[in-house]
Design a protein around this ligand. Structure first.
Ligand SMILES: C[S@@+](CC[C@H](N)C(=O)[O-])C[C@H]1O[C@@H](n2cnc3c(N)ncnc32)[C@H](O)[C@@H]1O
Length: 399
């Protein structure tokens, strides 16, 4: 395909797909239209790309003339199960239906006038969402609209390409069926080795988001706990409230939860002398309930919480090995890098999403973190798109 192809960027967010197309085409590909309902994200997009996204996709009547490629990470919604095999009825009113509507409407329904390629992205569990119904409807609608796509989406994470963020997402490349029909056996250039996390970190920060005094205190308390029980995989979340009966198992707990409670009590009893002192003297009971829960996911690879990556989650404090970061999702789960005693900066999160260092973000870092948590990893998109084009080129498909 020519590098100066024309595309539209639906559910554009802050432009992960746009950056991937710029990177792939060295700036030659042209974005004809973007759509993004969130005004803050749209402002960031316009600031970086000099293109103001249109708002709600539902108010867009048709694709711009000459659209060759449609890109979009659409929000995952549950479809109706009532109208099986009734065409778009299953998906009516959903945002996915709007993608299909726009593609189907293009140029009076003549297949050869429709976009040549679609590249869609969604959550990693898309295949199993709603018992497989969601994916079933998506696949059927896209095929009915005239596109070749595989029976399953590709599940890919930046980790597979050396980027130290775990973020498995479903990628759905589609090719107009007059161009190619058959399985899309794409080959991806996987990399066995991760870029070191340290290489992503900024230095000389003016205002690092340091662990607070209270956070430092609770982490030291859990460090002492790990000294007592030994640094190893525990295999279940530690719920200190159950150790000595502050919280009690309830009849209505599901089986897995009852099992965890029993394991916690057994853990406590196997180190009772030291852990009862720890409960009494550490002051852990004065901290919020979510900080009284702990998950050690670092095995025996590190000797202290401060050597790991730390998250303050609603399910408890989680510490993992510092080899890669967990998926960026939202501010509440913002990862802290233990060795530096601070949270990741917006720029570091951007690097984990393969956004270039020149990219301009919101003044408000809270918003920027959230937008990055919603974004797609730029390099993964570029790789999928490039692999799709190589696959088609090798088969002599004319794009
Ligand atoms: C998963 S995010 C996609 C982010 C994007 N891929 C990026 O790299 O930043 C989905 C986006 O769809 C937007 N959205 C939701 N409903 C929409 C609608 N009706 N019209 C346009 N955009 C919408 C959300 O605001 C959100 O930014």
């Amino acid at each position: 395909m020519r590098k100066n192809f024309r595309y539209v960027d639906l559910f554009a967010g802050i432009g992960g797909f746009h950056l991937a197309m710029d990177d792939f085409s060295r700036g030659k590909a042209k974005c004809l239209m973007a759509s993004e309902i969130d005004k803050d994200a749209a402002r960031v997009y316009e600031d970086n790309f000099r293109l103001a996204p249109l708002g709600d996709i539902k108010s867009i009547g048709s694709l711009p003339k000459g659209t060759e490629v449609v890109l979009g990470g659409f929000p995952c919604q549950t479809f109706s199960k009532a109208g099986k095999r009734e065409g778009l009825a299953d998906a009516r009113g959903t945002l996915f239906a709007d993608i299909v509507r726009l593609v189907k409407n293009s140029r009076g329904g003549d297949l050869t006038q429709k976009p040549k390629l679609l590249l869609l992205e969604n959550v990693g569990n898309l295949r199993s969402h709603d018992g497989g119904n969601t994916w079933g409807v998506i696949r059927r609608e896209l095929r009915d609209a005239g596109y070749t796509l595989n029976d399953d989406p590709f599940l890919l994470s930046p980790l597979q390409f050396g980027i130290p963020q775990s973020r498995t997402r479903a990628y759905i490349p589609c090719v107009r069926k007059d161009i190619y029909e058959g399985p899309l056996d794409l080959r991806f250039p996987f990399k066995p080795r991760l870029e070191p996390v340290q290489g992503m970190m900024e230095s000389d920060l003016e205002e690092p988001l340091l662990l607070t005094e209270a956070q430092e205190m609770i982490l030291s308390i859990w460090d002492r706990f790990m000294d007592i029980v030994g640094r190893r995989s525990i295999g279940f979340p530690v719920w200190s409230d159950y150790f000595d009966g502050l919280a009690k198992e309830k009849d209505e707990f599901p089986g897995w939860k009852k099992e965890f409670v029993r394991k916690n009590i057994a853990l406590y009893q196997s180190h009772e002398a030291e852990l009862s002192d720890w409960l009494r003297n550490s002051g852990i009971r004065s901290f919020p309930p979510t900080w009284r829960k702990f998950e050690w996911q670092a095995g025996d690879s590190i000797g202290s919480v401060y050597e790991g990556i730390i998250q303050f989650r609603t399910s408890g404090i989680r510490v993992k090995k510092p080899d890669f970061f967990p998926a960026l999702v939202a501010m509440v789960h913002l990862p802290y890098y233990g060795p530096l005693h601070r949270a990741l900066t917006v720029r570091e999160c951007a690097r984990l999403q393969s956004f270039p260092d020149g990219y301009r973000f919101e003044e408000s870092s809270q918003k920027a973190y959230r937008q990055l948590g919603n974004a797609v990893n730029v390099q993964v998109v570029r790789i999928v798109f490039e692999s799709l084009l190589s696959f088609l080129q090798e088969r002599g498909c004319f794009l």
